[in-house]
Ligand binder design. Structure first.
Ligand SMILES: C[S@@+](CC[C@H](N)C(=O)[O-])C[C@H]1O[C@@H](n2cnc3c(N)ncnc32)[C@H](O)[C@@H]1O
Length: 320
């Protein structure tokens, strides 16, 4: 199957609930960052540049670096920057997150959404962020935790109707529990330790949960199996082929499609909001706590209050 990452990422955004969730996360990071018009900022693993373009809206005299290692994403972003006439403000860099090649103490804010997880050595990533940040500069990232037990295909299969169910379960667990697989082997504690070891202060790693319904179309199942969310690491099929041959995989895949296609499932996504400041002053701590409070109140409390009212009064639609 030929892979096209720009297509893959675009299709994520086209799904209403996923697209809205991702954009919300980006907006939260921007609110927490207290970014100023004059700031120099970096979006690491920018993909289609969604966060970088949002940041460009906030910045006047500063600069936005949009960095990605993938050729297709870099080309897509460069074309879009030119189309939007933002060449003077956004510079697209084809580099790896852990080797940005930017000079020391150049940037005020480093952002990232769902990209740090794809790097094997996360300590190196945070050391690099610390090096390129100015004093009082902040790192703000959101990374999903895909290693938790909720993401399991075999849990959606019917054990009684699935030949070789135990074999499939075992393989999936082996893949998910592989300590060397760096997309599964981190959590809030390891990330917090990384930040502290890099000498960040005011470190916050906030675990969040999101619940959503998903319609399992064939396209969505294929995305889970044949794509790894980033071009730099093997996908689920490639990982399965370590434990079964191509023919066995095809039987497994056909069974998955037969049983899951057209079903609706409820999924829980765990994610980490990651924040650290380099050599902060007291006022930086206060500002961050204030922004966390504002975000918490305006989004979490307000949203939950609305859905509570919705349930009490059985209102079908509340637009907010
Ligand atoms: C899941 S996408 C997220 C894209 C974007 N941040 C967003 O939220 O839409 C992961 C991105 O990280 C990029 N990436 C993966 N490993 C990278 C690395 N070592 N250096 C730079 N970018 C990387 C991929 O090319 C891909 O565009």
């Amino acid at each position: 199957m030929e892979k096209n990452w720009v297509f893959w990422l675009s299709s994520m955004y086209q799904n209403y609930s996923i697209g809205a969730f991702i954009e919300n996360v980006m907006d939260f990071l921007i609110i927490l960052s207290d970014v100023k018009k004059t700031h120099t900022v970096l979006d690491c693993g920018t993909g289609l540049g969604t966060l970088a373009f949002k940041l460009a809206d906030k910045i006047d005299d500063g600069k936005v670096y949009a960095l990605d290692v993938d050729d297709e994403c870099v080309k897509y972003c460069n074309d879009l920057v030119a189309k939007k006439g933002l060449i003077y403000k956004i510079e697209v860099l084809k580099r790896s997150i852990d080797e940005t090649k930017l000079q020391n103490a150049l940037v005020d804010r480093v952002f990232s959404r769902s990209a740090i997880m794809y790097l094997k050595n996360k300590q190196k990533v945070f050391d690099e962020f610390y090096r390129i940040l100015k004093d009082r500069g902040m790192v703000l990232a959101y990374e999903p935790i895909v290693g938790e037990k909720y993401f399991r295909i075999h849990k959606l299969l019917n054990p009684k109707k699935t030949p070789n169910f135990e074999f499939y379960k075992e393989i999936e667990e082996k893949i998910r529990n592989n300590e060397d697989d760096f997309i599964y082997n981190y959590d809030e504690k390891t990330i917090k330790n990384n930040l502290i070891k890099s000498e960040f202060k005011c470190v916050k790693v906030i675990k969040t949960y999101t619940y959503d319904y998903f319609d399992l179309t064939q396209e969505r199942i294929n995305r889970r199996i044949f794509y790894s969310n980033t071009p730099t690491i093997p996908d689920f099929k490639e990982k399965c082929l370590k434990y079964m041959n191509e023919q066995e995989f095809n039987i497994y895949y056909n069974e998955v499609i037969k049983q899951l296609k057209g079903k609706r499932t409820y999924a829980k996504t765990t994610g980490l909001f990651i924040i650290g400041i380099k050599n902060p002053k007291i006022s930086d701590y206060l500002k961050l706590y204030l922004n966390i409070f504002i975000l918490f109140f305006s989004y979490v409390i307000w949203r939950n209050l609305l859905s509570l009212l919705e349930r009490i009064f059985k209102l079908e639609e509340i637009v907010f």
